[in-house]
Design a protein. Structure first.
Length: 319
């Protein structure tokens, strides 16, 4: 089996409900018999042993999802993959995926096993953590549960009372340990209605002008671009953190999942339900780089959106 020298992106073409078509970027591989694939979930890439792929999610801790109804990401070289990895299915037991070479001469079956994430098998629906006592006897932060969301501890005031950041600043996901950025409604840079482009420093062709080209320094660090916003939030140490970043597509999908609307309403005021930028990249024809986005209902778009479009962002800190 020949392995392509460059990973390619997954692009859906409606040919059958049980089969996903993979299209290699121009110039990536001239061998029509080549087949290769990388599988990942929640930003964690699977390890490869022959045609066996193991995705170890044990490092995520008590995660707010369910491996019995989970989708995986695939970067692959080939013509088709079956079944469609984007369709949620039961990963409590190994799942086989078959990839066919572009010329149809070679078929390779990969067995994907998800391990070490027993916490995912029966995670309860997130419930709000108990509100901290407004007048504790000692300056002690409220205990952090293993589900739901909670306010982030800020420190002790002059009266030795524990204080917390406002929901418009940041909120903790107790199940994953992620700290999510809140949104304001004050007309400032972090206002809920602000939207940005998503050019980055990857060097891929992603800006328009005489065809597609790499983004310029001015485009990347302009105040209309997501990188400018990230730098602003970090320079102001929002909630004491300086490592805010765009979430990956899989991480943001958990926050905006269909069963999380109650928690969003309670812990994330000023939420606008629209497409959000992510850090995940989609390489389309002619090596043009688009950025993947998350739909308002938490579903994803594996093709992505042109990086020159304007969309909102919600940053995350991955402790």
């Amino acid at each position: 089996m020949k392995i392509a020298s460059l990973k390619i992106a997954l692009q859906t073409i409606a040919v059958a409900t049980s089969m996903t078509v993979l299209v290699a970027c121009s110039g990536n591989s001239a061998d029509p018999t080549a087949v290769a694939a990388d599988f990942s979930a929640y930003g964690i890439k699977g390890t490869v042993s022959g045609q066996n792929i193991t995705i170890d999610l044990s490092g995520l801790g008590n995660c707010a999802t369910n491996i019995e109804n989970m989708a995986v990401g695939v970067q692959a070289n080939g013509a088709t993959i079956s079944p469609d990895p984007r369709v949620p299915r039961d990963y409590s037991k190994p799942v086989d995926f078959t990839i066919t070479a572009p010329d149809g001469s070679t078929k390779v079956t990969y067995t994907v096993t998800v391990k070490g994430a027993a916490c995912l098998a029966a995670a309860p629906t997130p419930t709000p953590a108990p509100a901290p006592s407004p007048t504790p006897k000692a300056c002690t932060a409220a205990s952090i549960g293993s589900t739901g969301y909670s306010l982030v501890f800020k420190g002790c005031d002059a009266n030795n009372i524990a204080t917390y950041y406002d929901k418009t600043e940041c909120v903790r996901d107790n199940a994953t340990g992620l700290i999510w950025e809140g949104k304001t409604d004050d007309g400032g840079l972090r206002d809920k209605d602000n939207i940005f482009r998503n050019f980055d420093t990857s060097g891929h062709r992603q800006a328009q002008g005489d065809g597609y080209r790499p983004a310029t320094v001015n485009e990347i660090y302009n105040d209309t671009n997501a990188q400018y916003y990230i730098d602003h939030v970090n320079s102001n140490s929002i909630c004491g953190y300086t490592n805010w970043m765009l979430p990956s597509q899989s991480v943001l999908t958990v926050l905006y999942s269909a069963n999380n609307t109650t928690a969003l309403a309670q812990y994330f005021p000023n939420t606008v339900f629209t497409w959000y930028w992510t850090s995940s990249e989609s390489i389309l024809e002619n090596d043009v780089s688009w950025a993947k986005v998350v739909r308002p209902d938490g579903s994803t778009d594996n093709q992505g959106a042109y990086r020159g479009e304007y969309k909102p962002v919600r940053l995350v800190v991955m402790n």
